[in-house]
Design a protein around this ligand. Structure first.
Ligand code: PLP
Length: 427
């Protein structure tokens, strides 16, 4: 290929996470029967939920002309009007939010919503200045990291680490260090956070919102796992909306990643801007996820499904995986699991890990266990000396029980081997 543009250089020549995803994909494609895939963000196949999609699709197909409309029509770039109205009504009814269909724009997946939003807000400006997105807490979702079309878009604030119980900890926003300069275009966080399962408290969120308002910049809240759906949330929070916020939702973790449906809820001005970007880049969005969920928004069952089926399912799996970890790794090893407050992951910190987490990843891959080494999630900070970022891993617990249990057992064996070189057990 000839020399590429800046856009080409940033997006067409691979990325750290791209290589890792290829690596995971190839390992899976090898079809090894013992493979424990604990690396991706694949939602579980929950039998009741899969059955619901089958029933709803069957009912749509039975409706005269419905399937032809879904498959055969381009929707407007802002998204299907019936879906956007049903969603706005549902959010008004259930949460009291004051919004209309004009506050909502659909994208081809939440990932695309972030590509649009992050690049529209940050990066070079017509006046020659260049702006950044502030991540108030890292580690943060790796999927944002390489999305800038022209430059690195992020600056981040290292967190406070709080020990919450033996072998447990939690990251908190370090408000004393969080400075918002002229360079900051927006604040962004995922809640629950991928990769840690952290859920920033209502009070911390209110503090971030006040800071954003004071500096006249938006606060972007990525609810891919959060409220009001799919509600993979294990602590009580009050979901908020206002035109000063940009909320993103997705149908993926409800069990519909194949429909590629992302949702942006913001001021009508921002929703229109997202719609404009969709029309230029993709013309329109996939219709199927919107068609499948419109009736479930109208009768409120999507929110009930989230709270009554999806949330308890993942909570049980999270607790099980934590129990297996605590049983498998001996107490004298200095490991700590992040409080699991939502999402599909356990985030494990091995203090003074004798090798970098990348090497732990390689050792586990040889044994057919795939996790993600944690340093990929610490983007936006420039401190190669901060060893914590090389001591953590992300492990997905949404896979079948046997897979998660075996993966954890093998992880424990490798960890015991590594620490046995440096630690002696205290009697
Ligand atoms: C925090 C977070 N945001 C956004 C996304 C994007 O998801 P999708 O494009 O499937 O909606 C993901 C996917 O795993 C995620 O973990």
């Amino acid at each position: 290929m000839n020399e590429l543009s800046q856009f080409g250089q940033h997006l067409a020549q691979g990325s750290g996470i791209g290589t890792l995803m290829d690596d995971l994909g190839e390992a899976l494609a090898s079809g090894h029967p013992e493979m424990c895939m604990l690396g991706g963000g694949q939602p579980a196949h929950i039998p009741e939920v899969d059955a619901l999609w089958r029933r709803t699709l069957t009912a749509l197909i039975a409706e005269e002309g419905k399937l032809e409309a879904i498959l055969g029509n381009y929707d407007p770039p802002q998204g299907n009007l019936a879906f956007r109205e049903a969603l706005a009504d549902c959010l008004h009814r259930e949460l009291g939010w004051e919004l209309t269909a004009d506050h909502i724009a659909i994208t081809n997946g939440g990932q695309t919503a972030f590509f649009f939003l992050l690049n529209a807000l940050a990066g070079p400006r017509p006046d020659g200045a260049s702006k950044k997105i502030l991540l108030p807490l890292v580690p943060e979702y790796i999927g944002y990291a390489s999305q800038g079309v022209s430059s690195n878009l992020f600056t981040a604030c290292p967190p406070l680490l709080k020990e919450t119980a033996p072998h447990r900890f939690k990251y908190q926003i370090d408000f004393e260090k969080l400075t918002i300069t002229e360079e900051i275009a927006a604040i962004c966080l995922s809640r629950p956070t991928n990769p840690t399962g952290n859920v920033v408290s209502d009070q911390e969120l209110a503090q971030l919102r006040a800071l954003a308002n004071e500096h006249h910049i938006p606060l972007i809240i990525d609810n891919a796992y959060g409220a009001p759906f799919p509600h993979i949330l294990f602590r009580d929070i009050s979901p908020v909306f206002g035109e000063d916020l940009i909320l993103t939702l997705s149908l993926s973790k409800l069990g519909l990643p194949g429909t590629r449906t992302g949702i942006v809820i913001a001021s009508p001005e921002i929703a229109k801007a997202v719609s404009s970007m969709t029309s230029i880049i993709g013309l329109s969005n996939g219709n199927l996820g919107q068609a499948l969920t419109t009736p479930l928004l109208k009768d409120g069952s999507l929110l009930r499904l989230s709270k009554e089926i999806i949330q308890p399912y993942y909570l049980k799996k999270s607790k099980q995986a934590q129990k297996w970890l605590l049983e498998a790794i001996p107490d004298h090893i200095p490991f700590s699991v992040h409080e699991s407050e939502g999402a599909l992951f356990l985030w494990i910190w091995f203090k003074d890990l004798p090798v970098k987490s990348q090497e732990l990843y390689e050792r586990l891959k040889v044994r057919h266990v795939l996790i993600i080494p944690g340093h990929h999630f610490f983007f936006g900070i420039d401190d190669p000396e901060w060893k914590h970022q090389f001591e953590c891993i992300r492990l997905t617990y949404s896979m079948p029980e046997e897979t998660v249990r075996r993966g954890i057992q093998i992880l424990a064996e490798e960890i015991i081997k590594l620490y046995s070189l440096t630690l002696t057990e205290t009697p």
